[in-house]
Design a protein around this ligand. Sequence first.
Ligand SMILES: NC(=O)c1ccc[n+]([C@@H]2O[C@H](COP(=O)([O-])OP(=O)(O)OC[C@H]3O[C@@H](n4cnc5c(N)ncnc54)[C@H](OP(=O)(O)O)[C@@H]3O)[C@@H](O)[C@H]2O)c1
Length: 313
Amino acid sequence: MDYTTLGRTGLNVSVVGLGCGGPSKIGQRQNKSEADSVRVVRSALDAGINIIDTAEVYGTEPLIGKALREVNREDVVVATKKMTPRDNAPLSKEAITQSLEASLQRLGTDYVDIYNLHSVLPTTYSYMRDEVLPTLLELKRQGKIRFVGLTESFETDIGHTMLQQALQDDCWDVMMLGYNLLNQTARDTIFSQAIEKNVGTLIMFAVRRALSSTDRLRDTLRDLRDRGLVDLTNEDLKDPLGFLLHEQGAESVTEAAYRFCRHEPGVNVVLSGTGNVDHLHMNIESLLREDLPRPDRARLNALFSRVNDITGD
Ligand SMILES: NC(=O)c1ccc[n+]([C@@H]2O[C@H](COP(=O)([O-])OP(=O)(O)OC[C@H]3O[C@@H](n4cnc5c(N)ncnc54)[C@H](OP(=O)(O)O)[C@@H]3O)[C@@H](O)[C@H]2O)c1
């Protein structure tokens, strides 16, 4: 495993993080047994992953708690989240404290390393900064949280509006954002600022449906082509992004997608979620490989330079 520093937190984290939400929820969405999901977490830890992302709403905190019993708590960076309202409904100090206490109980720990506000919208952000952050800082003083962060709602805030504001305010240690080879907007809007302000970054959406299914990728590329956002011929669509697959390049589009994210300056941790231990190991292997060949990366950058409104799902 390779390790890196998560921005201003100074935490030494694996470049691969285990995502315990997303479409798999470590297998719980596919009705895998709890033992199977705990096995995914243990396999991740055994492979050297030391950062795990979950949330109060995923239902996976108790499974992570079970896996953590086998290891030294201080060897793992545990990140969980407090869901935030879609409107400007109040989020009281009591409600936040109760949520955190419940998460701690489910995780079987007395502190979380990173407490993220979950899916903060551009319209709810200022309330989170002005009214909720002081409570988080109080919980930090009590030793129940080590660092505070926020996650965007990538599906509804594809342009990273909320995180751009958060970077300006410079009061968050970590942020989680959507980024992948199809939608590279974060390069200009987030990463350079995050590097300058030394904010830790956790990447989601590196691989969703478009980058794990050839049919879905073809449909996505056809739609982008029809909207005039990428220059591709019908011939190109027969073997979507096939130019990435060659001896010095990647073995699969999914592998290329993970490598593309991992080596983007400003990216600290790429989250990968799965209920499948084989996928987990493949993804770790992909993320530990070197950057894509320079001409392939340049071609991806040019091909998708006008794309700014898809998530890659
Ligand atoms: N707003 C938020 O705060 C927010 C939103 C979304 C996600 N997240 C967090 O970020 C993490 C990462 O999310 P994500 O959006 O990037 O999705 P993800 O959780 O990483 O899910 C990846 C999907 O791709 C599949 N997959 C993984 N490896 C594969 C492979 N090698 N071949 C084929 N299919 C593969 C998985 O299915 P299998 O189970 O079949 O492998 C899964 O359905 C989540 O787990 C969650 O912790 C946060």
